[in-house]
Ligand binder design. Structure first.
Ligand code: IMP
Length: 427
């Protein structure tokens, strides 16, 4: 009964969607466990190109049950929009289950996300503006609203009225903004229930049965470890737990059940939003990688900051996640380079360090220590096996494996699902 977790090892956008889509074909249940529609997974398969934000990437495999788990921040309007777009393109969504425990993103959460960002001024985090931070804040403050509340409209109305009363104090006194109308929000959300309620259920029996029947469960990570609330570059992070541990918790599966944790790493590094990124490139190489890799946000369309692979950050990610294997994605984007650099260490105030500073101000002062490798200058897109890769591309992958300490089980050499090599190293 394999339970596989697929987690981003960097700042998100590692190409997890493709790896998840690929492995979903072998999974009976795919669980989205954390985050909300701030995430974006691009999936390219025989049906075309899809940008998913909430629906688990297993949706393209008709036999796969797709669960939006207890740890997710769920915007029901966005979900329904996504469902409609999928149905329109012939994708069946009958296998979708929404956990009663998932917290709902309410319209006022988006409002507060934007007001808080404005208030941060120069220190703005560069959030996606989807209201995810305020949703999790309310969850932790125990004033959140859960998907299960939609099953009891009267209780839902009472809850929202009480919450909005307190929000309006903030709106008026702190932000000098217009009051929120609780009933308008409740009415708006209750119009969605006819369509949503059939999907809402306790998720525990689904997982319990899958485990009992020896089914394969995949936990689909969103964002990336360096954006994790506890282990990322705080405060320039998202507000959920993006690590293997976070996924287990967000899905509601104990660690004893986990069999394989796969860390997805792009062959280089990208980041969206503010915060330090020691190996960021600010020259024409950055633009070259951005254009060649089409590095623009799936959710916001923002240009991603690009840089060389950061080994210090990768080892930090390895520590907090304990990956069994790596999935290296987008190797083909580096195909035409004369030379490829890898950040093997940092210098902080003239001293060489090899740990990932927890203090963002210190991390921002770190300068990368690079090791340069010759490029392979040959297309990798047609490789079907490890031995088809140019030897210099193999050397590059070996360097990443050796320094991180686990083998690469999957290597991505193109956007399509098929353009992924299985090296035989997946446990
Ligand atoms: P939030 O998650 O919208 O609160 O944004 C917090 C930070 O996380 C910002 O820097 C976002 O750009 C970043 N972020 C959130 N989700 C993703 C993602 O899926 N990929 C990359 N960056 C993300």
């Amino acid at each position: 009964m394999p339970v596989i977790a697929v987690v981003g090892g960097q700042w998100g956008d590692e190409g997890k969607g493709k790896i998840i889509d690929l492995l979903a074909g072998r999974s009976h249940v795919v669980v989205r466990a954390q985050g909300g529609d701030n995430a974006g997974h691009t999936v390219v398969n025989s049906r075309g190109k899809f940008a998913l934000h909430l629906v688990p990437a297993g949706i393209f495999n008709e036999g796969t049950q797709c669960l939006i788990g207890p740890g997710v921040a769920l915007n029901p309007e966005v979900l329904l929009g996504e469902i409609d777009a999928l149905i329109e393109r012939g994708v069946t969504i009958d296998n979708l289950v929404i956990s009663t425990r998932a917290h709902l993103v309410m319209p006022y959460h988006r409002l507060f996300d934007n007001l808080e960002e404005q208030e941060r001024g120069a220190g703005a985090i560069g959030t996606t503006g989807r209201g995810i931070g305020p949703t999790y804040s309310d969850k932790v403050a125990r004033s959140g609203v859960q998907a299960g509340d939609l099953l009891r409209p009267e209780r839902f109305r009472e809850k929202v009225r009480a919450i909005v009363e307190r929000k309006n104090v903030l709106m008026e006194r702190i932000y000098g903004a217009e009051r929120i109308d609780a009933d308008e929000i409740v009415d708006r959300y209750l119009t969605l229930t006819d369509r949503l309620v059939p999907f809402i259920a306790q998720s525990e029996p689904v997982l319990e049965k899958a485990l009992r029947d020896g089914r394969t469960i995949m936990l689909e990570g969103a964002h990336g470890t360096l954006l994790d609330l506890d282990h990322g570059t705080f405060p320039y992070v998202t507000t959920s737990s993006c690590t293997v541990g976070g996924l287990l918790n967000g899905a509601g599966i104990g660690p004893r059940h986990l069999t394989t944790a796969i860390g997805v790493f792009k062959a280089y590094q990208t980041r969206v939003g503010a915060g330090p990124m020691p190996s960021e490139l600010l020259d024409e190489m950055s633009e070259h990688i951005r254009q060649r890799g089409q590095e623009f946000g799936t959710t916001t369309g923002r240009p991603r900051r690009c840089g060389w692979f950061d080994m210090v950050a990768a080892r930090h990610s390895m520590l907090v996640n304990g990956f069994h294997a790596l999935a290296i994605t987008r190797l083909d984007i580096l195909d035409d380079l004369d030379e490829i650099e890898v950040c093997m260490g940092y210098e902080l105030d003239g001293q060489r360090i090899d740990y990932f500073p927890s203090d963002v101000e210190e991390l921002g002062r770190c300068t990368p220590v690079y090791e340069a490798l010759p490029g392979w200058k040959a297309p990798t897109g047609n490789a079907v096996e490890w031995k088809d890769l140019p030897s210099r591309a193999q050397d590059y992958v070996r360097l990443l494996e050796d320094a991180i300490g686990v083998p690469a089980g999957l290597i991505g050499v193109g956007q399509e699902r098929e353009k992924t090599l299985f090296t035989g190293a997946l446990p």
